[in-house]
Design a protein around this ligand. Structure first.
Ligand code: SF4
Ligand code: SF4
Length: 118
């Protein structure tokens, strides 16, 4: 199993980390040197610019999570990195909860699964 995050679309809501039962995700500060340490393709790596459509949708939403903050404070902020994708058991919890619809999972047969926010 492999997991990666489309980082320009990540709001930093931390839902993925909070719901994952096997600790696939870590929240990194946006300027952390290892912020691109999962297997996201080049066009989904963090280069310092959030996706404008995701910013427009989420920047003013007040749901108790900080969106697009540089630093993670333990509850939200920063950016999600799938540091432990091989542990994924495909429970799909993160795929349902991901605000930015920016998680991709590939199973061992090559099937891919994308997050779709409820
Ligand atoms: S689908 Fe995988 S990465 Fe997502 S919450 Fe479940 S175990 Fe974690
Ligand atoms: S749930 Fe999605 S948008 Fe929220 S921190 Fe995780 S990857 Fe980013």
């Amino acid at each position: 199993m492999d997991v990666y995050v489309d980082k320009p679309k990540c709001t930093g809501c931390q839902h993925c980390k909070d719901v994952c039962p096997v600790a696939v995700f870590e929240m990194k500060n946006r300027d952390a040197p290892d912020v691109n340490s999962d297997h996201a393709p080049a066009n989904e790596q963090w280069k310092g610019q959030s996706d404008p459509s995701v910013v427009a949708k989420w920047s003013n939403v007040q749901d108790g999570h900080r969106h697009f903050a540089n630093d993670n404070d333990g509850t939200s902020g920063g950016i999600s990195v799938a540091v432990n994708g091989s542990a994924c058991i495909l429970c799909q919890a993160c795929l349902i909860e991901c605000e930015g619809e920016c998680i991709t999972i590939t199973d061992d047969s090559g099937n891919t699964y994308h997050s779709i926010y409820k």
